[in-house]
Design a protein around this ligand. Structure first.
Ligand SMILES: NC(=O)c1ccc[n+]([C@@H]2O[C@H](COP(=O)([O-])OP(=O)(O)OC[C@H]3O[C@@H](n4cnc5c(N)ncnc54)[C@H](O)[C@@H]3O)[C@@H](O)[C@H]2O)c1
Ligand SMILES: [Fe+2]
Length: 392
């Protein structure tokens, strides 16, 4: 991808205070899209937007793993209120709901049609988009995609278009302080998945590389601290920055195998996205480092050796360092209490056996397979899901 996309990112403590001057004079109405948990924490944001001269409507209909139907419901609110700003406030689910609702507000005639890079979208005829993330995980605040679930086909449906990159992302760490430990852990491990997938992606570039490496280092250092003490504002701030840095990295190189596996397991079993990524990540790395890379793909071993060195693993052969890097990921997951297998995440053997064909079908069709640096299909994919269930 020979270009780099990014919104304007306001970051650090007190960043919300700087939002008013960004919005002033750019419209009179704003709609804030969030969910029923986060609406309770929206007051500071709503006040800021009101003080910038806006009437604010709040819609709290977003749900975890948002569906197309929910996004459509959000777009109807927007069509009714006609805002000049759409604000996504919450975790990746709320932000993705808001992004998709915004697309369907701008282009209602596209409802039900695939939103893919080649479609002429021309967003921003009606509104700009502001994201305010409250989990430190998905990077949805800066990426060009919105991940929805098609509840009929039981698969993730992706809106993917450069126009979908938000205009502004505000990273105010105070908004992440209320996350319980388990949510901090599962969303935080998603950041590592983004960084490692983005770094080993077939579409990595010099621009995405630095962001992905930095995000990895920050997760290893700060995620255990954020999990140990949720009131550690520095750890919250660092994880919030890491999530968006990884978002800018993988947003410009794309994720890969761990996400293809996680999307399938998430869609079928409703394992939270970050947790599914955390379970898939070590297996996906073992796979890409022991299979021949596709033509023109970066050599996964070379990449993982550089990543290992960057996070402090400095000794041994390339194979040793790769193994230690994967082990470091598992150690982190153990430390923060994340499950290492689908079995430990509560999926029964019966569920797994019954769902296996669907998992393989979904996994092989996931767009992340195109950016995975080596081929993975058929029996190899089936075996990966088996390993993910059973664990080491
Ligand atoms: N668009 C992208 O680039 C992208 C990338 C990766 C994942 N995703 C998608 O994002 C979704 C997952 O998002 P997520 O992991 O952020 O979780 P989430 O948005 O689903 O939130 C999980 C729960 O945490 C609650 N929550 C959020 N912030 C909180 C806070 N500060 N304190 C207490 N509770 C809080 C929410 O209300 C919700 O109940 C999935 O649908 C996934 O597919 C999108
Ligand atoms: Fe993710």
């Amino acid at each position: 991808m020979p270009y780099f996309l990014s919104p304007k990112v306001l970051f650090g403590r007190g960043s919300l205070k700087r939002l008013g001057s960004e919005m002033e004079g750019k419209g009179r109405r704003a709609v804030l899209i969030t969910d029923k948990t986060m609406v309770e924490f929206a007051d500071r944001l709503v006040e800021t937007v009101k003080n910038a001269g806006f009437t604010v409507k709040i819609w709290d209909g977003a749900e975890p793993d948002p569906s197309l139907e929910v996004a459509l419901a959000g777009s109807r609110i927007l069509l009714d209120f006609e805002p000049q700003w759409v604000i996504g406030f919450g975790g990746g689910s709320a932000i993705d709901t808001a992004k998709a609702a915004w697309v369907l507000y701008e282009r209602p005639e596209l409802a039900g049609k695939p939103i893919l890079p080649k479609v002429e979208l021309n967003l921003r005829q009606k509104a700009r988009f502001l994201s305010v993330p409250t989990t430190s995980g998905t990077g949805a605040d800066v990426t060009w995609v919105a991940v929805l679930t098609d509840t009929v086909k039981k698969q993730k449906q992706i809106f993917a278009h450069n126009d979908i990159v938000p205009d502004i992302s505000v990273l105010d760490p105070e908004f992440t302080m209320g996350m319980p430990e388990e949510l901090t852990a599962s969303t935080g491990i998603d950041v590592l998945g983004h960084a490692v997938d983005g770094y080993t992606s077939k579409q990595q570039t010099d621009f995405s590389d630095g962001l992905c490496l930095q995000a990895m280092k920050m997760v290893f250092e700060w995620l255990p601290k954020a999990c140990r003490d949720g009131n550690d504002l520095m750890a919250r701030e660092k994880m919030q920055n890491a999530a968006t840095i990884a978002g800018l990295g993988f947003g410009n190189s794309n994720t890969g195998l761990s996400h293809a596996l996680a999307h399938s397991a998430g869609a079928l079993f409703h394992v939270p996205h970050g947790r599914a990524v955390g379970i898939a990540l070590p297996y996906s790395l073992e796979y890409i480092s022991s299979n021949p890379p596709s033509p023109k793909a970066p050599d996964p071993i070379e990449r993982l050796v550089i990543a290992a060195k960057f996070v402090g693993i400095d000794a041994g052969s390339n194979q040793d360092r790769t193994r230690k890097f994967i082990e470091k990921i598992r150690d982190l997951e153990r430390e923060i209490g994340e499950p290492l297998s689908l079995k430990d995440a509560g999926i029964t053997e019966k569920q797994m056996n019954e769902g296996m064909d669907t998992l393989v079908h979904l996994g092989s069709r996931d767009p992340n397979m195109f950016t995975t640096p080596c081929e993975c299909k058929g029996e190899s994919l089936r075996q990966l899901f088996r390993d993910m269930w059973k664990g080491i």
